[in-house]
Design a protein around this ligand. Sequence first.
Ligand code: PLP
Length: 397
Amino acid sequence: MNDKRRIYLDYAATTPIETEVFEAMKPYFIQNFGNSSSIHSFGREAACAADEARRKIATLIGAEPSEIYFTSGGTEADNWAIKGTAYAHKDKGNHVITSAIEHAAVMNSVVALEKEGFDITHLPVYSNGIVKPQDLENAITDKTVVISIMMANNEIGTIQPIKELAAIAKKHKVIFHTDAVQAVGSIPVNVKDLGVDMMSFSAHKFYGPKGIGVLYIRKGIRPDRLISGGHQERSRRGGTTNITGVVGMAKALEVAVRDLDKNYTHVKALRDYFVERVNKEIPYIIYNGDKESRLPQNANFSFEFIEGESILFSLDLEGIACSSGSACSSGSLEPSHVLLAIGLPHEKAHGSIRFTVGKDTTKDDIDYTIEKLKKVIANLRDFSPLFAEFKNNTVTV
Ligand code: PLP
């Protein structure tokens, strides 16, 4: 390993495990390793720890412990909420409503339903990346069985008016799910206050372990079971309880809620400083997403005339980790559906980069990133035929 500086600005992708969380998990790897379904003392110890974690998580989001269902993460929780509810109510209708900017976990769940004969409505989000409640009101029919709209977007960080949207769903007696994977731990979230029927969240987004998530299912809502197996999770989701995961998730949420104000202030100040400097010091950029209703840690820019992937690779060579909007890594060169949905033309959507700061990011990290970013953007534009053409046209008019 070389000792080059490394700066992580991809906290929306995942976060490191908090030391307090790791310490809380440790005994459950080696000493208290029991299967929580076993009736002997090893099993009872694990079951107690799982119950305690469930109680803690429920209290922290305003739910009852019996409304918390552990899953393998946000993806499974989203699949379960959407497909499980659609299947459970297929006698009533075959219409599902979602937004145009959902994460792949939701987007591909509705694609799967569409192949099975469900009708899907994708609500638009306009240039600020936000769903209009009136559009939801207009889209609901007597065949609508489930609505799924994310709380905060993973690419542009916009926060949706979930309370208002959930109230509309309730008025029409349609089940409302929100994917709150990017929101929980970053902004205050209370299911009772929001009035949602189901909500997904995932520990690795708030300094907890990977591979553990929760689907909150309000009492009385019964999505079909997706994971067949034993009687775990009150017979609604089979599989041996991930005891280290649930203990870690509960501790991580406790710490995130305890420190929320402090971390919010810290990441927002750094993000605002970063945005201000990029706006001032780098020409031909677009700051994507709503300026106000957005996660405090998220900054997403389109850098005109160049490709996001090239910026990403060049910054990586400088030790800076961030994320691009296009899905090159998945073998497709299509720009992100989120950036297209807010109205960016293909070439601008291609030049987009997401930076997400975290609680360990420092002002020095941001200063270093700005200096490297300025250099990378200038270098790439030097080789860009689009930029050369733009400059020639500007000179001749
Ligand atoms: N939903 C959103 C908005 C996300 O950002 C992610 C992860 O990036 C997921 C769902 C999937 O969660 P997980 O990684 O726990 O499966």
